[in-house]
Design a protein around this ligand. Structure first.
Ligand code: F0G
Length: 507
């Protein structure tokens, strides 16, 4: 090969990037991002939710004073506050979506037989239809699939490259003694730069890692969309090239498929040759390039719980099923109720509905557009499931030892009752338990993840208003220090203390 072929693939991907960047800028600056609200012949500017609401859940409005008390009581960690004290919850898009009438109807026919239920048959047939792999193994959520995959294929001394590992993927790989390597593309380093596929993996780095670690790479993985890298999409050309490199080295290629339908939509809108291809066919093509995948059905499965892993390798599947039986359950339910399998079987297709995806991207883009217009620095362009505020750039007066992302998360809750999540040094940094020395994340981000089909445009307007108000008086936001922390995954349970405001200078 084939360096020439590789080079050709890389440069073709670059060319697409250049061609589509101009269109992307236009999409981001027009009043209706990504075109009209709905398919059809009238291009309306107003984004409407492509659904009616038939069941409502009240939101309890709290006051700033109440929220200050709640924060102090929770040790300033938003994972520790009661959900019914939150006005808008943007902590995660995982398992927080609203199900459709069709999903609820399917749940009613859930077959709870221990083995071989009809719900399993419907689930397996939907997954095989869209994902196309030979073996499907259900799990209770994505990280259980990751644990089973890592325990089957990884071991001490191994290296697993990814565009960016999600934290549970990294933790499960590293629990086996292997190293989880992040190889995001170069364009992703500049948070403000607009590129259509900033989620791509760095192909040259993949080639180098495979050459330098021959026999030690059990699989190469790409996460679609790249959650740890700002929710940015991965191009079909990049998936194809990464798979080709892995296969040439005799290494398996996997997808972390959590947000596969959002990624398919990005490919359709940002790659001219896929403009006329349906989302389901784009998804099928992505999966046809891989040897297997892990999936959290809590994202583009449109369900509140569930996941699975897939492989084309019968021996791998056999080993994975043995592990499954130990901790998750029999291979036809894998820790899920029959009704959960039903909800996912319907939800996977709903995620591929073009009108749903159009609305989903329009509403995330709308939030991004209005924050950008108000000068709030965000990772550009807007991702599919979330907007990431560059808290380090917004609050330059807060040093990295005082966690700008966490400080902003606390202030947003205090000010507007909005729960978000820090994706910075609290999440990715580490403190050496012996020396107390800290390592910090490359960026201090704050993620606003949008639950699927839950909030309306006026909820998003409220979020924009609250953030712009905090932005106006950003110099007043104070940093935080960590009071207590566990050894691993510290963002879930650490407690914090706001740094006291400097004493007024007396004349
Ligand atoms: N992979 C990615 C890319 C994810 O975003 C997640 C979860 C997982 C794997 C694990 O799946 O939660 O079902 O065990 N992400 C959630 C989030 C938690 O908030 O981004 P899970």
């Amino acid at each position: 090969m084939t360096t020439t072929r590789l080079w050709r693939t890389v440069t073709t991907a670059r060319l697409w990037r250049t061609v589509t960047t101009a269109r992307l800028w236009r999409d981001l600056t027009t009043t209706a991002p990504f075109g009209a609200t709905l398919r059809g012949d009238t291009a309306m500017k107003t984004i409407i939710e492509p659904f009616r609401i038939k069941m409502v859940e009240p939101i309890r409005m709290t006051t700033v004073a109440e929220r200050e008390e709640i924060l102090a009581h929770a040790g300033y960690n938003l994972f520790r506050i009661p959900a019914d004290t939150i006005v808008i919850d943007l902590l995660t898009d995982s398992g927080t979506g609203a199900m459709s009438a069709e999903q609820w109807a399917a749940m009613m026919r859930g077959d709870e037989s221990y083995a071989g239920s009809t719900s399993w048959q419907r689930f397996e047939s939907a997954v095989k239809d869209i994902f196309g792999f030979r073996h499907v193994i259900p799990t209770h959520q994505g990280r259980a699939a990751e644990r089973i995959l890592a325990a089957t294929l990884c071991g001490p001394g191994d290296v697993v490259p990814n565009n960016t590992h999600f934290d549970t993927t990294r933790a499960n790989i590293e629990a086996t003694g292997a190293t989880a390597l992040d190889l995001p593309c170069r364009e992703s380093a500049d948070l403000a730069a607009v590129h259509p596929f900033k989620g791509d993996i760095d192909l040259e780095a993949v080639e180098r890692v495979l050459e330098e670690n021959s026999g030690k790479v059990p699989f190469v993985m790409i996460t679609v969309t790249n959650n740890g890298g700002g929710g940015q999409p991965v191009s079909m050309a990049n998936i194809r090239a990464a798979a080709e490199i892995a296969h040439r080295h005799g290494v398996r290629f996997y997808l972390d498929a959590c947000r596969f339908a959002e990624n398919a939509f990005f490919i359709q809108k940002r790659t001219p040759e896929y403009a006329e291809t349906s989302l389901i066919d784009i998804a099928r093509e992505m999966f046809s390039l891989a040897d297997g995948c892990t999936m959290s059905a809590k994202k583009d499965g449109m369900a509140n719980i569930g996941g699975f892993l897939c492989t084309n390798d019968a021996a791998v599947a056999r080993h994975e099923e043995e592990l499954l039986i130990l901790t998750e359950g029999f291979p036809t339910y894998g820790g899920l109720a029959g009704r959960d399998l039903e909800a996912i079987a319907v939800g996977l297709y709903e995620a591929l509905d073009p009108e749903y995806q159009q609305y989903r991207h329009a509403s995330t883009g709308y939030l991004g557009k209005h924050l950008t217009a108000g000068s709030v620095p965000i990772v550009q362009p807007p991702g599919g499931h979330a907007i990431y505020i560059d808290a380090g750039a917004m609050l330059p007066h807060i040093p990295k030892e005082q966690y700008a992302g966490q400080a902003l998360a606390i202030e947003l809750f205090r000010h507007g009752g909005i729960r978000s999540v820090e994706i910075g040094s609290v999440m990715f940094g580490k403190r050496d338990p012996e020396t107390g020395a800290e390592t910090y994340a490359a960026h201090e981000l704050l993620r606003l993840a949008i639950p699927r089909r839950v909030y309306t445009k006026s909820h998003v307007d409220y979020v924009v208003e609250a953030i712009l108000e905090v932005y106006e008086r950003r110099e007043e936001v104070r940093g935080v220090e960590i009071v207590t922390q566990p050894e691993a995954l510290r963002h879930f349970s650490s407690t914090f203390r706001p740094i006291a405001a400097p004493a007024p200078v007396c004349a």
